[in-house]
Ligand binder design. Structure first.
Ligand code: NAP
Ligand code: MG
Length: 413
């Protein structure tokens, strides 16, 4: 690549900016690691909490429309308003979480893969290979209906059949105050999820695990197992056998115990809540929440890349007071590289996919040289590791990236 020629793009990338420390990192990454090398063709949406409030949530809806139109997006973490955040930012409108809108639009299947690098030793020493958690981010408690109950209340679950017949079950007869919850899921969604997990296992040549609790939940969780079995037998058994990989279904507690003792190298299909919790456990086990990539892929191949962490509020408060903060930008850099790689694959642009590889390589090189942020210093195995602030980490990565990109050019002279 000649020094003055940037990598060209075809179709735009949907770029969604966010809040707080993640936004500060985002701008720095964009300026130091992306725009000097790529002639960035992006459509931009500012999903900061104030802009979402000002537009009464329209900006999030517009971003989702663009994502469905162009097919690849990269998103910065955003604040999901809580009563405390509403007071802090003086918000006026009830604005939906953009993450929820995106998950809903793309079908709600979330991939989380630790960014495992040779220079970082996992906290769990026997984890030698990565573990990809695929979370079915639809339904269950996330769409639960909840009602507080008082002493003397009786809760019944009633299903009105399409033909008008009623089926009812008593849930509980309250002799003291308490609480109830009802939740649901849908067969097509579960089958789509099973399909997506099996496809990913096959494409990456890894075993697939699925755990739920049908010993307790004999109808609800049993349905998940039955659908997984059907999808496997109908569409994947032969492929798995030919590829030398296996599908293991088990009790979820067994899955957790086995995962901890395993050496990694498998795909872990998780129900909604399990995926929410286990993905953070897997991230922590590999080193840090910041060392995890997170993306959603729809059954039609639309994709949105993000970091697994949030806006890193505590670091932002210190940053706005003028303190130096050692926030780890790796998850966000990998969100960019993931999105650019996908854009390159879809548009047949090998320069762009190769740029994504080199960007990730430059991050790995910086860490291998012992230049790390404070969160991963204890796991760094480069002898003389030193903790730097986010600016220095990004600028060190930029120098390595420049060297790597221009090495090709030098070799051609
Ligand atoms: P967070 O941003 O995930 O950070 C929690 C803690 O994890 C940090 O205080 C920090 O620990 C550590 N951490 C996370 N990312 C790090 C990084 N890149 N480098 C170094 N350390 C990192 O969660 P939060 O601060 O509790 O949440 C803030 C906001 O994020 C909330 O308003 C929430 O709504 C939002 N959120 C958004 C998304 C999303 O848009 N995808 C996801 C989750 C949360 P130490 O302070 O101990 O260093
Ligand atoms: Mg979680």
């Amino acid at each position: 690549m000649a020094r003055d020629i940037k990598i060209k793009m075809k179709t735009p990338l949907v770029e969604m900016n966010g809040d707080e420390m993640a936004r500060v990192l985002w701008e720095e990454i964009r300026e130091a690691l992306i725009t000097p090398f790529v002639d960035l063709n992006s459509v931009n949406f500012d999903l900061s909490v104030l802009e979402r409030d000002r537009t009464e949530g329209r900006v999030s809806a517009d971003a989702v429309t663009a994502l469905l139109t162009y097919g690849v997006g990269v998103k910065c973490p955003t604040i999901t308003p809580t009563p405390e955040r509403v007071r802090e930012y003086g918000l006026v409108h009830d604005i939906p979480s953009p993450n929820r809108l995106i998950r809903k639009a793309l079908g709600g299947i979330l991939f989380r893969t630790p960014i495992s690098l040779p220079a970082i030793k996992p906290l769990i020493p026997n984890w030698k290979k990565s573990i990809t958690v695929i979370r079915y981010a639809y339904g269950d408690v996330y769409r639960g209906v909840e009602i507080p109950a008082e002493k003397g209340d009786v809760c019944e679950l009633v299903l009105r059949k399409a033909g008008g017949e009623m089926i009812s079950r008593q849930v509980y007869d309250f002799s003291g105050s308490g609480v109830v919850q009802a939740m649901h899921n849908v067969d097509d969604g579960i089958a789509g999820f099973a399909h997506c997990c099996m496809r990913h296992a096959l494409d990456t040549g890894q075993d697939l695990w699925f755990g739920a609790k049908d010993t307790v939940s004999k109808t609800y969780d049993r349905r998940f197992f039955d659908i997984f079995d059907r999808v496997y037998k109908e569409g994947f058994e032969e492929g798995f056998n030919a590829g030398g990989i296996a599908y293991h279904s088990m009790l979820v507690d067994d899955a957790v115990a086995r995962a901890i003792r395993s050496e990694g190298g498998f795909v872990w299909a998780c129900k909604n809540y399990d995926g929410d919790v286990f993905s953070d456990m897997v991230a922590a086990g590999f080193g840090s929440l910041a060392m995890m990539s997170s993306y959603i892929i729809s059954p039609d191949g639309q994709a949105c890349y993000e970091a697994a962490h949030g806006t890193v509020k505590r670091h932002y408060y210190r940053y706005t007071k003028g303190e130096q903060v050692s926030t780890n930008p790796v998850g966000l850099i990998f969100a960019w590289s993931g999105a650019l790689r996908k854009r390159g694959e879809k548009d047949g642009l090998t320069d762009l996919t190769s740029f994504a590889e080199k960007l990730e390589g430059a991050v790995a090189g910086t860490i291998a040289d012992g230049i790390v942020t404070a969160d991963i210093l204890p796991e760094s195995i480069a002898g003389e590791g030193r903790a730097v602030d986010f600016k220095e980490f990004i600028s060190e990565t930029a120098s390595r990236l420049r060297r790597e990109l221009f090495a090709d050019e030098a070799a051609m002279l």
